[in-house]
Every structure is written in structure tokens, then in C-alpha cells.
Design a protein around this ligand. Structure first.
Ligand code: PRP
Length: 212
């Protein structure tokens, strides 16, 4: 059985829809309560529902053969896995945002609140900008409002979280979408099955892009 780590939450809903479209649905999973592991014997797969930021850990350690996660988490954590395909789901951008009217004082260290410390550090290193990272786990948008940071580096999808908190995008610097990743050993030993799943997912994306 192929073990597949799937992200829970917002991206998870889109991933489930995609799995259903390519014939890899597991009806029980659509109505998941607190259950976290599901089997689809007809497809010879077992799904593990994990936190999006943990998908890479399951796959790198080989307890999942493949997994689906956002490019943001892949860039932030760099798990030792193969990135097999862009699935075209969960599209959003990594952005720098600040309160409306914010004027940067280039003479001062910039305080940056983010969940994505490595991505933010790399971005500002490219700008030669001296920063202090304030590492938060969520609700990042609050930080500049209450004076914990000057700006945030975070994901923007619809833009409504920024709007509703009176923040504006200063720069968008990284397009993001969901990726299929594989454990390096599993890719060798289950190559046929993994390649078939990857092909079904990318064929679906091509059909969507071509409007079929
Ligand atoms: C993400 C991100 C933004 C929001 C952006 O947060 O951190 O807050 O989504 O989406 P939008 O542009 O469509 O409003 P998430 O919902 O994952 O929750 P979190 O704040 O707990 O990280």
C-alpha cells in the first residue's frame, strides 16, 4: 500500500476534491471527524491527514511515500525529498505587508513578523536589509497593528485578511502552489505506482488548464 501524507485545512479541501476527480477518493475521508488515517484498498493507498507544515517530515522519514504540501512550506523547511509536480492547487503569494501609510526608515533594523523565518531572512538578505525576525505561529497580521513588528511576511490568497486588518501589500515575491513530493527511497522502490499517481494528478491539471 502506498502511504500518502495529505495536508489538513484549507489546502486539504482542494486536495480532496482533486483526489476525487482522478479516482483516488476515499468517501470516508470526505466526512472526516477526528479520524486521521484512511485506507482506500481499491486504489491500494493509505492516507494520513497531517498538519500542512508536517507533511515534509512524514515523507522525508519515509512513513509516507508521497505527500502534498504548499511550495511555501517546502521553501521554508527544505525537506530532503523529491519534488515531483506542481499540482496547481492552493495558489497564493508570499508577500511583505504593512499598515496602510507605513513609511520605512531605512536607517533602522526592520522588525519582521512571520511564520516563515527562513523565507523572510533569505528575501531580506537578497535586499541587503538588516532585519529582526519575530517568529509567530499564526494571526501574523496583528503584529504590526499592535507595534510588535513594522511589517509582516505572510501568505496572501484572497487578500481579505489584510483588508480587514487595514494592511496593504508592499511587495509580492514568491508565487505559491501545492506540490507533490516523494520520499527518495520510495521513489525507487514504488516507482511505478508513484509515477502513475503523479501522472494522474498532472494530467488533471493539464485538462483544467486547457478547459477540458
Ligand atoms: C493564512 C495567512 C493569512 C491568510 C491569507 O492564514 O497566514 O493570514 O491565510 O489568506 P487571505 O488572503 O485569503 O485572507 P491561515 O488562515 O492559514 O491562519 P493562521 O493565521 O492561523 O496562520
Amino acid at each position: 500500500m502506498l502511504n500518502i501524507a495529505l495536508p489538513k485545512g484549507r489546502l486539504g479541501d482542494q486536495v480532496y476534491e482533486m483526489l476525487a476527480e482522478i479516482g483516488y477518493a476515499c468517501p470516508e475521508m470526505a466526512h472526516a471527524g477526528r479520524k486521521l488515517i484512511f485506507e482506500s484498498p481499491e486504489n491500494n493507498v493509505r492516507y494520513m491527514l497531517v498538519k500542512p507544515s508536517d507533511v515534509g517530515i512524514y515523507v522525508e522519514h519515509g512513513v509516507a511515500d508521497i505527500g502534498i504540501l504548499g511550495k511555501d512550506i517546502l521553501e521554508e523547511t527544505h525537506p530532503n525529498v523529491y519534488e515531483l509536480a506542481d499540482l496547481g492547487l492552493g495558489k497564493c503569494r508570499m508577500a511583505v505587508a504593512a499598515p496602510r501609510g507605513f513609511v520605512e526608515d531605512k536607517g533602522r533594523t526592520l522588525r519582521v513578523a512571520t511564520k516563515f523565518a527562513n523565507i523572510a531572512k533569505a528575501y531580506y538578505a537578497r535586499q541587503n536589509r538588516d532585519i529582526e525576525i519575530i517568529h509567530l505561529s499564526g494571526s501574523i497580521e496583528i503584529a504590526p497593528i499592535v507595534g510588535l513588528s513594522d511589517v509582516i511576511v505572510d501568505i496572501v490568497e484572497s487578500g481579505s485578511t489584510l483588508r480587514e486588518n487595514n494592511l496593504v501589500v508592499l511587495t509580492e515575491f514568491m508565487p505559491i502552489s501545492a506540490r507533490l513530493i516523494a520520499n527518495k527511497t520510495s521513489f525507487l522502490f514504488h516507482n511505478e505506482q508513484i509515477t502513475a499517481v503523479a501522472a494522474a494528478m498532472t494530467d488533471r491539471l493539464t485538462r483544467k488548464e486547457e478547459g477540458r
